[in-house]
Ligand binder design. Sequence first.
Ligand code: PEP
Ligand code: MG
Length: 576
Amino acid sequence: MNQIKGIAAATGISVGIAYKVGKEEFIVPRQEIGDQDIPIQIQLFEEALIKTRREIIELQKRISAEMGQEEAQIFDAHLLVLEDRMLIEEVISRLKKDKLNVAFIFQEVLKKYVSVFSNIEDEYLKERIADINDVGKRILRNLLGKERKGLGDLKERVIVVAHDLSPSDTAAMHKKNVAGFITDIGGKTSHTAIMAKSLEIPAVVGAEDATVKINQGDMLIVDGTLGIVIVNPDEETLESYRSEELKLRGVTEKFLSAKDLPAITLDGNQIEINANIEFPDEVPAVKLHGGEGIGLYRTEFFYMNRKDLPTEEDHYQAYKYVAEEMNPYPVIIRTLDLGGDKFLSQFEVPHEMHPFLGWRAIRFCLARPDIFKLQLRAILRASVHGNLKLMYPMISGVEELRQANKILEEAKGELKAKDMPFDEDVQVGAMIEVPSAAMTADILAKEVDFFSIGSNDLIQYALAVDRANEKVAYLYEPTHPAVLRLIKHIIDAAHNADINVGMCGEMAGEPGLALILLGLGLDEFSMPPQVIPELKYLIRSITLKEAQEIANEALEFSTGSEVEEFAQAKLRGILK
Ligand code: PEP
Ligand code: MG
């Protein structure tokens, strides 16, 4: 039995078998063949191509059913590679000439193709390398009679162990049989971790050398609450985790009793409890957990796992669906937040030394008004189908806000010119996630209808701690006095200007911290859907006055750990 400590990324416990996802390396033997073997080798090659084609079509069908037509189309390019006459003919002619086994020849031809494409100064062709590599590996695998289950092909419930999982990888796991996952790198608020929460998959990230310590097929316990992974547990440990899991369920049931009730404090103050989503198909989960609206719709995920850019119509249909489904509850659409740890293949974003401080979010959108305005028009058009609001990410000063609003006005003008209906009074908010925005909240408040505090980023920028870097994760403290003071400052500025202020960072869904935020006067909390019942239960168990006392006391501490300890003790007292 071995224990690995990582960072708790998505709560819950799961027990299962390790499935390691790594770089796939093949050892392809080089074998000489005789003339009489040539037809057999050609037949092997043809069979491998047919099998690969069947696999891809199968995969496309499943992705189309589970995620949508567009995602499935990514694999069209893979099918094209399979039909590439030049590639096929080169393999066959070299096979005849060199008289070597087909797997070896194919690997050589594949390498040549990849190097030719890598040297071409054409972005589109360069992009094709990934396709060629992907299909090439599939063909090789079939030639060698090897099996590989991709994340999308999992047939049994496993625990995925990987060095890293990109948000697109995680998107591919959507609805798949992943009981839990562990990554060597990553922090609590990396997008992979956030998505694990939405998918309700217990996850431990930043587990350093987990991929070295864990072998394929090991029995694992992932404790996503404590951030612990137990490798090959003994019977006693397994038993205790199983009962722990049951206890967790019991607690959840208590919270579920509050899920469809309003979040009203014992002294009658109603708080808005919303959900964060990345995909429209999470809306049923939001309703199921008693969400009263969407406080953050991260639209950049719409751009992922696809080759082309979404059209205005694509955006419009997605937003219309969410607006209609949630109506009359509000839906806050966050405009494209590209950059940081979210890179989209469609955009040529240059490599940056510090992507979180670079060409990100609203900065990118203001530089690319074509892309930005298209999204704004779609949001405006969808606004007639429900209670839509929009907000801009990563505003750092009032000029950016004015520029964004100017483009919004242009979008409105264009729709008017075409007689397209939209809600003239659609509410516009600013995310407050940069310290400069927090400190000028009074100035910004005059130009928007609401604020939403993006605590994930606010913490990283205030404390100079990269949110995705496990080495400095110990410094990432939502309870740091500097963070609490900034939040208080933002809330007070919003209320002085008579606008509402919410929070959509992970902090809003942490029960102990939510007590403090409630006391500081936060009007709206937005969080992963599955935390909603607990938050509602909590708010219904306390008076605003008590929460204010907790917040005032929390502001007196000198360190984040003291605040954390204090908040947890208060929480235990309330939930006992
Ligand atoms: C945040 O920064 O708190 C936030 C909600 O935005 P994201 O996590 O998508 O950066
Ligand atoms: Mg953010």
